[in-house]
Design a protein around this ligand. Structure first.
Ligand SMILES: Cc1ncc(COP(=O)(O)O)c(C=O)c1O
Length: 391
């Protein structure tokens, strides 16, 4: 147990993780689908005990090895693996591999034939149902020219020998209606293959733990699919849903400069520590709260930030790096920000710690776990050695 963290810091709230885990368990039990954790979104071993998943899905050899620390089934997919990586996946204890082309399938067959565990791994193919639900091409695996998934036409004349599963991922932070429509597209285009496979992984992007997510529809959709295809074991592999609204990023105001309005320069960087803010882009929710105890949501005394013009004091929140666009966004508060203020950004457990970088030599945020009210533990802090060792 320790005092409130030094900044910049990520604080993961175990109580919020448990709340998500309860919802995910309910969905898994009611639907009969098996839930995995997509490690790409969140891979903090100290928090693994608070999550509900029957295993992990990895995007690389390293994540597959880490999946061993989580336990349960270990699945992996990448747009392509080298032969060496395929052998390393087998060494690491992989159970299911999903391949992205028939050339990768042929390569897998060769590598697996020469490996003592080769016959123990279930092999699947990722399909592209050519059905988009997202509007943003950066996050749409079914966008034109996508490299992700095999289109139906490419199955012509190919052997499915040794293939026991299919995989489809085309959602991003989406509701169950998007999944229901995707499933229709899958059955429409790939329905003739379904009697031949024994598992189907419906990917991630299911925002199951979001307040307005229609969990009933997800359950009904999956149950109906399982009734139509009782021989198929269904998987979902969300990342975000496990850790949605379960962590914060805490920064301190270092200075406030003026250029057509105040700009608060924080010790945390959007470019280095929360790159999705710039990539997506989006403006994270934020608050000030001197009484904050590390909880994922603001307490009753918190001053929540508004968007531009909502509150009397406009301010741009920005990072310390040289990148002109190292900006979290334009906000407004009930009072002006001053150096020493702590700004807490919400919903920062997902796609943050896994994406940090040390551009400009800026220190990586420390990582904290809040086990309960007032119970904060520093899991990891970083220093010069972490910067130096990567270069
Ligand atoms: C193949 C695959 N599975 C699972 C996920 C996890 O998605 P999310 O974190 O949006 O649930 C992703 C995200 O990109 C993915 O590409």
């Amino acid at each position: 147990m320790s005092a409130l963290p030094e900044t910049p810091a990520f604080v993961v709230d175990a109580e919020a993780l448990r709340r998500n885990a309860v919802l995910l368990r309910e969905v898994a039990e009611a639907s009969g689908a098996h839930l995995l954790l997509a490690l790409k979104a969140f891979s903090m071993p100290a928090a693994f005990p608070f999550l509900h998943a029957e295993g992990t899905c990895a995007s690389s050899v390293h994540e597959t090895i880490l999946g061993g620390e989580f336990g349960g089934e270990r699945h992996a997919f990448a747009a392509a693996f080298s032969e060496r990586e395929m052998a390393a996946l087998l060494d690491a204890g992989l159970n299911h591999v999903t391949l992205n082309s028939f050339a990768q399938l042929a390569q897998w067959r060769r590598v697996a034939a020469a490996h003592p565990r080769g016959a123990q791994v279930a092999v699947g193919l990722r399909i592209n149902p050519e059905h988009s639900e997202g509007q943003v091409p950066l996050y749409d695996p079914c966008a034109p020219h996508s490299r992700l998934g095999i289109r139906r036409a490419a199955f012509a004349g190919q052997s499915l020998e040794g293939v026991t599963g299919l995989h489809c991922h085309n959602l991003c932070e989406q509701n169950a209606d998007c999944f229901a429509r995707t499933l229709e597209a899958i059955e429409d285009k790939f329905g003739d293959l379904l009697p031949r496979v024994s598992w189907f992984n419906f990917g991630g992007g299911h925002h199951i733990t979001r307040a307005d997510y229609d969990r009933g529809l997800l359950v009904r959709t999956l149950r109906a699919f399982r009734e139509r295809h009782p021989h198929i074991r269904c998987y979902l592999e969300p990342g975000e849903a496990h850790v949605l609204n379960a962590g914060t990023f805490v920064c301190t105001v270092l200075d406030v400069v003026e250029n057509d309005g105040p700009i608060a320069i924080l010790d945390g960087s959007a470019a280095c520590h929360t790159p999705d803010v710039i990539e997506m882009p989006y403006r994270p929710r934020a608050f000030l709260d001197p009484a904050w105890d590390g909880a994922a949501a603001p307490g009753p005394a918190a001053l929540r930030a508004g968007g531009p013009g909502e509150k009397p004091h406009a301010v741009r929140l920005a990072g310390p790096s040289c990148l002109a666009g190292d900006v979290f966004g334009d906000y407004s508060f009930d009072r002006p920000l001053v150096p020493g203020d702590r700004v807490v950004f919400e919903d920062m457990a997902l796609y943050t710690m896994v994406k940090t970088n040390t551009f400009n030599g800026i220190r990586l945020p420390s990582i904290w776990l809040r086990r309960g009210p007032g119970d904060l533990t520093c899991v990891r802090s970083f220093g010069y050695g972490d910067f130096r060792s990567r270069l």
